[in-house]
Design a protein around this ligand. Structure first.
Ligand SMILES: Cc1ncc(COP(=O)(O)O)c(C=O)c1O
Length: 399
């Protein structure tokens, strides 16, 4: 409300000096909160997609062999991008909009915990270099959208260094947990990245819209975005945000994040994140204790699980039963969402359709977590009964 009432244009320092300085401070605080070097650069954008795209375009502008911004892609070697199969779909849009095309992405397989397989990454880069292509960018994920998996970021950083590739980390969801107690140690590896995307409107609880791109080298964003037409006379002595990102006119997104950080402080933010992770682990345990639920994964504040009727639990490996369980849990998801009692989303892990509880709400408490398994099991029984009545059950007689 304050930002809308003041309505500054945070595209240039001269237009909004106070708001520009507040944004600069927010960017530094976000870097400190995530353990990223605070004296690089960065800016606020609309959300995770844009924050990642800005990192992607910074990587494209940093290709040493030719001036991509001027000459386009035809003026140099074929550029390649590497990302794990669990990478969020922003990368499709980035590859598409940047002109590289989605075929420029090499999808790197993941291990049993949905983390990028770094041996496969190394091999893919070697193959591309042999045929004259240029490894432009490797994307590591710090908290994947489906399960919260954290890629082996320090190992990926070492591969990037050796290959001369830009290292971008998508920490839109998980980045703020980097310094939290109980977070995977690999998360701290985001400090080694050339650029990082973080989403204050996810785990920093900021109101929509608020994403943030951080870069290690202060000039990296200016090199990727700046143009100086005659009608912009803003001087170089101060930070003019129109030089650092795709927008020229831009609003005062920083104020709400600044106020929230002033209010909760670094320790308050970390405590809320740690609480969410603790609740997620508790949920995993409660689900595992329930005889009709199968606990599947737990990382950061995401727990995945599914409903498995008693009589199918020892047949879940059969193809028909697996297909039935997928259909059953798809139906169950709708029932849970429509019930108004709880809200979960879905994930597909190793081909299985799962329910996904991602806790990024400081109002969520132990009572909510403890209530969820019984709600899901009750609605699961209802879904199972109606699917069997409709003839969808995979066995003619009970197994
Ligand atoms: C890991 C990850 N990256 C990027 C995004 C995209 O963020 P946004 O919806 O804010 O654009 C998401 C959203 O869920 C995400 O989980």
């Amino acid at each position: 409300m304050l930002a809308a009432a003041i309505n500054p244009n945070v595209g240039a320092w001269r237009l909004a000096p106070m708001a520009s300085e507040i944004e600069a401070q927010v960017v530094r605080w976000i870097a400190e909160l995530a353990g990223f070097p605070p004296h690089g650069g960065g800016l606020l954008v609309s959300g995770g997609n844009m924050a990642n795209m800005v990192g992607f375009l910074a990587a494209r502008a940093a290709v040493p062999s030719h001036d991509v911004r001027r000459a386009g892609l035809s003026g140099g070697p074929r550029l390649r991008v590497y990302a794990s199969e669990e990478t969020h779909t922003w990368i499709h849009k980035a590859a598409d909009l940047s002109g590289l095309g989605t075929d420029a992405i090499t999808w790197i397989r993941t291990d049993a915990r949905q983390r990028m397989d770094v041996t496969a990454l190394r091999a893919a880069i070697e193959r591309d270099v042999e045929v004259g292509a240029r490894p432009m960018l490797v994307v590591g994920t710090a908290g994947s959208v489906s399960t919260g998996a954290v890629d082996p970021l320090p190992e990926i950083a070492a591969v990037c260094k050796q290959a001369g590739a830009w290292f971008h980390v998508d920490g839109a969801y998980g980045g703020f947990a980097a310094l939290a107690a109980g977070a995977p140690p690999d998360l701290r590896g985001l400090a080694l990245a050339d650029s990082v995307a973080l989403d204050p409107h996810k785990w920093l609880y900021a109101p929509l819209e608020a994403g943030c791109t951080l870069v290690r080298r202060p000039g990296a964003l200016r090199d990727a975005f700046s143009y100086h037409p005659a009608y912009y006379h803003f001087g170089q002595e101060a930070t003019n945000y129109l030089d650092l990102g795709p927008q020229n006119s831009r609003g005062f997104r920083a104020l709400k994040v600044w106020l929230a950080l002033q209010h909760a402080g670094r320790s308050g933010c970390l405590r809320m994140i740690e609480d969410d992770m603790r609740l997620s682990r508790r949920l995993y345990e409660r689900v595992a204790e329930h005889s009709e639920l199968e606990a599947c994964t737990q990382e950061l504040s995401i727990t995945t699980f599914r409903y498995v009727p008693h009589d199918l639990s020892s047949h879940a490996g059969s193809r028909e039963v697996a297909a039935y369980l997928d259909a059953l849990n798809r139906d169950l998801l709708e029932r849970v969402q429509n019930s108004g009692e709880a809200f979960v989303s879905n994930a597909v892990v190793d081909g299985r359709y799962l329910l996904r509880a991602c806790i990024v709400n400081f109002h969520t408490g132990e009572d909510d977590v403890d209530a969820l398994p019984a709600i899901v099991a009750r609605l699961g029984r209802e879904a199972d009964a109606s699917m069997r009545a409709a003839g969808s059950f995979p066995f003619r007689t009970r197994p």
